[in-house]
Design a protein around this ligand. Sequence first.
Ligand SMILES: *[C@@H]1O[C@H](CO)[C@@H](O)[C@H](O)[C@H]1NC(C)=O
Ligand SMILES: *[C@@H]1O[C@H](CO)[C@@H](O)[C@H](O)[C@H]1NC(C)=O
Ligand SMILES: *[C@@H]1O[C@H](CO)[C@@H](O)[C@H](O)[C@H]1NC(C)=O
Ligand SMILES: *[C@@H]1O[C@H](CO)[C@@H](O)[C@H](O)[C@H]1NC(C)=O
Ligand SMILES: *[C@@H]1O[C@H](CO)[C@@H](O)[C@H](O)[C@H]1NC(C)=O
Length: 418
Amino acid sequence: MPKQKQLSSLYCNFLSILTHFAIVFSKSTIEPCSNSDSCNAMVGYTLYTDLKVSEVATLFQVDPIALLTANAIDISYPDVENHILPSHLFLKIPITCSCVDGISKSVATRYKTRPSDTLAMIADSVYSGLVSADQIRDANSISDPSVLDVGQTLVVPLPCTCFNGTDNSLPAIYLSYVVRPVDTLTGIAARYATTITDLMNVNAMGSPSIKAGDILSVPLPACASNFPRYSSDFGLIVPNGSYAITASHCVQCSCGPGNLNLYCTPASLAVSCSSMQCRNSNIMLGNVTMQPSNAGCNVTSCTYGGFSNGTILTTLSISLQPRCPGEHQFPPLVAPPSSPIRDALFAPSPSPSQSGGVGPKTPKSSVIPSTGSLSGLPPANGPSGSTSSAPPLVNPLSSFPSAMILCLFIKFVMSLAL
Ligand SMILES: *[C@@H]1O[C@H](CO)[C@@H](O)[C@H](O)[C@H]1NC(C)=O
Ligand SMILES: *[C@@H]1O[C@H](CO)[C@@H](O)[C@H](O)[C@H]1NC(C)=O
Ligand SMILES: *[C@@H]1O[C@H](CO)[C@@H](O)[C@H](O)[C@H]1NC(C)=O
Ligand SMILES: *[C@@H]1O[C@H](CO)[C@@H](O)[C@H](O)[C@H]1NC(C)=O
Ligand SMILES: *[C@@H]1O[C@H](CO)[C@@H](O)[C@H](O)[C@H]1NC(C)=O
């Protein structure tokens, strides 16, 4: 697998050098796949205007609660789904990445056209450059893009990668990130706690240069689940510092900050949930009991094992550990962002050296249980950056480049050959 990545990257780098002087195009990382592959992935989305939480969720057909928890936004605020998020806010949107025609992509997103929409506007502005006008045109077999019917439902293909849910053999979920004019590879690496080398390997880059409109696959360290294949949330993977909601809103799982073990507890959002008590015990999902003994600490825990046929699967595990673990720490939550100042906290920072700015306010108490102090840090360690550095809404370089098709073809051939 890594070998194949390398070889095909060589060809593609060669191709991009060849074509570099002929046409200027934006790159996106393409992962060949076989038909059964599907995974959790994320896209980085910048709001083109003020939008309600529910409106952003509708744009991507995702659960509003899942959208909020993926960004560690406190969902206990009253009427949080109608909360208005500010223009230019950067959010991570959880999506399902499938395998379509041998390429990893997400094809679940639908957009209903409105008066005076153009494909370019939908691609560059509404979907913040995650898709190009040409890709929407192709996905919907539109022969004349100048004639869009109002109320027409368009498939909006989104870039995503799975890379087997790992990065350097560690669990990872991949974020499709649209490069902004202010970005540098160093800045992106710092912001997402990875390295330039890793970003270059993942994206098969020959040089660390990036330009606005490129779409990078950024590996986010994550907590992987180990649910059986028949569970409906098979493959659940949660990035460090965030939450996921699952089992019909009955269970929430979090990742980090102390370790990368998925930790799930009852979510108490849903009206009726099946039993969350571990069989043959009196302890509930997420409970941990400890019994110090002279041999060490006898730790009994009730862990979440997936959702199947409306049943919450639980596992009772007993282990003898050298020391009793401390109370579980949860990733800090942030209040639903409102003011334009907030977007700086979520927007990619132009350089890692500018961290240490003003932190957000400590959020109020939450449905998501938290122990210890809620320092209220943003999910990404990238405060600062000014609102004036907002990206232009039009991405001039968004046509699907022919070189990438060639490159893709070569990757495909390589995948057959290896
Ligand atoms: C995919 O990841 C799993 C662990 O999550 C590992 O066992 C397996 O070998 C990996 N497969 C490939 C093709 O890398
Ligand atoms: C997870 O996130 C926390 C806080 O952001 C950080 O301190 C920790 O190093 C991260 N862990 C990994 C494995 O990335
Ligand atoms: C088990 O967890 C529930 C909810 O998370 C909590 O209310 C309860 O106090 C816990 N019980 C024990 C014994 O830890
Ligand atoms: C640990 O606790 C469980 C349940 O309380 C008990 O059944 C088991 O015997 C204990 N094991 C040890 C090594 O103390
Ligand atoms: C779910 O329930 C149906 C009907 O009771 C049964 O046929 C099916 O095997 C069950 N699936 C699993 C994964 O348990």
